[in-house]
Design a protein around this ligand. Structure first.
Ligand code: DX5
Ligand code: ZN
Length: 238
């Protein structure tokens, strides 16, 4: 799918709840991917960590490729790595449809964002909870999506940090629907409404799907989507 077509699809009937595979059963990866797809997921979120930009290590291109073989869903690849500009082609080749780099990992995000767009992938820029919006103001024209982190990146199942909400509200007020807004970390049935009210259309969810007791993937996905849809901000509606 082309970049512009994917952006249009992601903006259609928000919110989009993206299961974060970080907490899935990697011994049964293809089955897990098919299960969340069957449960109604419209896109999947993949967390790449390098033990350098963040203290944890997850996986790289081979797992992205394996997920790509298991599904046609858009793959939202979140690069929590140093020197992300060196790996853009490799992750797009592996199957990334959305590629997000961290503002804190580069001096100037523009060249990396432009390279992502040149590869016809959706260009995302992430900021950690302590990073202020001013730090990315000059890069916004080169972003298709901004990811406001609501936890310090590195692990799943952490508590939601409301620092993300103010940034989402401010980006929504400045840019309306022109920019896709994503939130990642601690999104669950208690916090999802605040996220969509603040303007997020894309909600990354790990533990509230993969570690949600008796609730099935389908129940969790539809509950979160419904709760998010109910409280969407008027500025965010299209
Ligand atoms: C955190 C990752 C998230 C994480 C979300 O570093 O970027 O995608 O998996 O998991 P939950 O929803 O459990 O916070
Ligand atoms: Zn993530």
């Amino acid at each position: 799918m082309t970049r512009s077509r994917l952006i249009a699809e992601l903006r259609m009937s928000p919110p989009v709840v993206l299961p974060s595979l970080l907490l899935c059963d990697f011994g049964n990866l293809a089955a897990e991917v098919r299960a969340v797809e069957k449960a109604g997921a419209r896109a999947l979120h993949l967390d790449v960590m390098d033990g350098n930009f963040v203290p944890n290590i997850t996986y790289g291109m081979p797992i992205v490729e394996a997920v790509r073989r298991a599904t046609d869903l858009p793959l939202d690849v979140h690069l929590m790595i140093a020197k992300p500009e060196d790996y853009i082609d490799a992750f797009v080749d592996a199957g990334a449809s959305i590629l997000t780099i961290h503002a804190e990992a580069v001096d100037d995000p523009r060249p990396a964002l432009e390279r992502i767009r040149r590869r016809d992938a959706v260009a995302g820029l992430a900021i950690n909870p302590p990073t202020r919006l001013e730090a990315i103001a000059s890069a916004l024209p080169y972003c298709d999506m901004v990811l406001c982190m609501s936890v310090a990146p590195g692990w799943g199942a952490q508590e939601f940090d409301p620092a993300a909400l103010e940034k989402l509200r401010s980006l929504r007020a400045q840019r309306g629907d022109a920019l896709l807004l994503e939130v990642d970390g601690g999104v669950n049935a208690e916090t999802v409404a605040d996220c969509t009210r603040a303007g997020a259309q894309m909600l990354v969810v790990g533990s509230a799907i993969f570690r949600n007791g008796e609730q099935t993937y389908s129940e969790s996905l539809s509950q979160l989507t419904a709760l998010g849809a109910q409280s969407r901000s008027p500025e965010g509606s299209s």
